[in-house]
Design a protein around this ligand. Structure first.
Ligand code: FES
Ligand code: FES
Length: 184
């Protein structure tokens, strides 16, 4: 049986005094979440300001930078282009949901080991895009990685180590899958 939706405290709700509010009931990183927000509330603001998951960044608000990338039903989306009400009864995964049981995901490990970041502002979105890529293609070429991250902008690294990190993560995932007999 599904767990009961966790209500968000009223103090954390996004609303204007007396304005129309709509209910959002969704699952974020495996946790049921319910809250009332203004109909215009964007998913990125819902995540950061209502739910308190500030790992998802806002770099532009114009759908260019990709810093706000999260997974919606397993697919990467720019959460500044999605209304919070659009995630009703759907599954959202944020960068906070990548690690499991206190263990970093292969993508997180690889970004650390291959120095795939400098300031780190683009990193959450980059890792969400990379995770989605590797789920459908665990052995991407450099060109395939660069194509996948073309919607994620980085102002620091020049992308070289980001590409290396994503390919390293793919190798880690393949090694882990081979060790577990493909049951990972
Ligand atoms: S904040 Fe969403 S793409 Fe830049
Ligand atoms: S590491 Fe600074 S924007 Fe990418």
């Amino acid at each position: 049986m599904a767990a009961a939706a966790r209500p968000v405290t009223p103090a954390a709700s996004l609303s204007s005094a007396g304005g129309t509010r709509v209910r959002v009931q969704t699952t974020i990183n495996g946790q049921p979440i319910a809250a009332e927000v203004e109909p215009r509330t964007l998913l990125v603001h819902f995540l950061r300001e209502v739910v308190g998951l500030t790992g998802t960044h806002i770099g532009c608000d114009t759908s260019n930078c990709g810093a706000c990338t999260v997974h919606l039903d397993g697919k990467p989306v720019k959460s500044c282009t999605v209304l919070a009400v659009q995630v009703n009864d759907r599954e959202v995964r944020t960068v906070e949901g990548l690690e499991v049981g206190g263990k970093l995901s292969p993508v997180q490990e690889a970004f650390f080991e291959a120095h795939g970041l400098q300031c780190g502002f683009c990193t959450p979105g980059m890792m969400m895009t990379a995770t989605a890529l590797l789920q459908r293609n665990p052995n991407p070429s450099e060109a395939e990685v660069r194509d996948a991250i073309r919607g994620n902008l980085c102002r620091c690294t020049g992308y070289v180590n980001i590409v290396k990190a994503i390919q390293l993560a793919g190798q880690k995932m393949q090694a882990s899958s081979a060790t577990s007999g493909g049951k990972a």
